[in-house]
Design a protein around this ligand. Structure first.
Ligand code: GTP
Length: 182
């Protein structure tokens, strides 16, 4: 999660370094959505169980949640259902959720099929992408899709059709020729 956030914030990937997040950390980044500046305040939570009570407290105020698993770790994927249960318990009812299968660059060590990620996301009705904090694949798209959704919600006019995050991601991926949307 930290590498994913740093790739988005600074366009950098620190190879070989792993410093577990203690509790919670945050970064800000301003992005432009159709000429409107959207300030994203992104909280980076610790994945480790022992920090769980700290991270719970932050769900309530989140407008969006990016749920990351590691495609080389079946356990991280299997944990997603538990995270979704927690989200439903602690987060706002209308929170935007996105499921991301990260480390897609390490295909030789893949333990979770793309279809399995996509099918879990379909089950919960949330958008899904595979990403790489190392190469940057889909990192910006994930945050921009969220920013667009939040901006549209904030500025929603009665006669304008609602923004469809699934359609937006699919269209962007088709345009860039990247990574078939499953
Ligand atoms: N190849 C590859 N390695 C990655 C990628 N993302 C993270 N890593 C590596 O995975 C390890 C853990 O990454 P972190 O981003 O620190 O993980 P985290 O989810 O923030 O961990 P916690 O803070 O403990 O919850 C590091 O050694 C990273 O270099 C990726 O997309 N590709």
């Amino acid at each position: 999660k930290t590498c994913f956030l740093l790739q988005f914030k600074d366009g950098a990937f620190l190879s070989g370094t792993f410093i577990a997040t203690v509790g919670i950390d945050f970064r800000n980044k301003v992005v432009a959505v159709d000429g409107v500046k959207v300030k994203l305040q992104i909280w980076d939570t610790a994945g480790q169980e022992r920090f769980r009570s700290v991270t719970h407290a932050y769900y309530r105020d989140a407008q969006a949640l990016l749920l990351l698993y590691d495609i080389t770790s079946k356990m991280s994927f299997d944990n997603i259902r538990a995270w979704l249960t927690e989200i439903h318990e602690y987060a706002q009812k209308d929170v935007v959720i996105m499921l991301l299968g990260n480390k897609a660059d390490v295909s030789s060590e893949r333990m979770v099929r793309t279809e399995d990620g996509a099918s879990l996301a379909r089950e919960y009705g949330v958008p899904f992408m595979e990403t790489s904090a190392k190469t940057g694949m889909n990192v910006e798209l994930a945050f921009l899709a969220i920013a667009r959704e939040l901006k549209q919600r904030a500025m929603q006019l009665p006669d304008v059709p609602r923004f469809q995050i699934h359609d937006y991601i699919e269209a962007q991926q088709k345009r860039s020729g990247c990574c078939a949307f499953v």
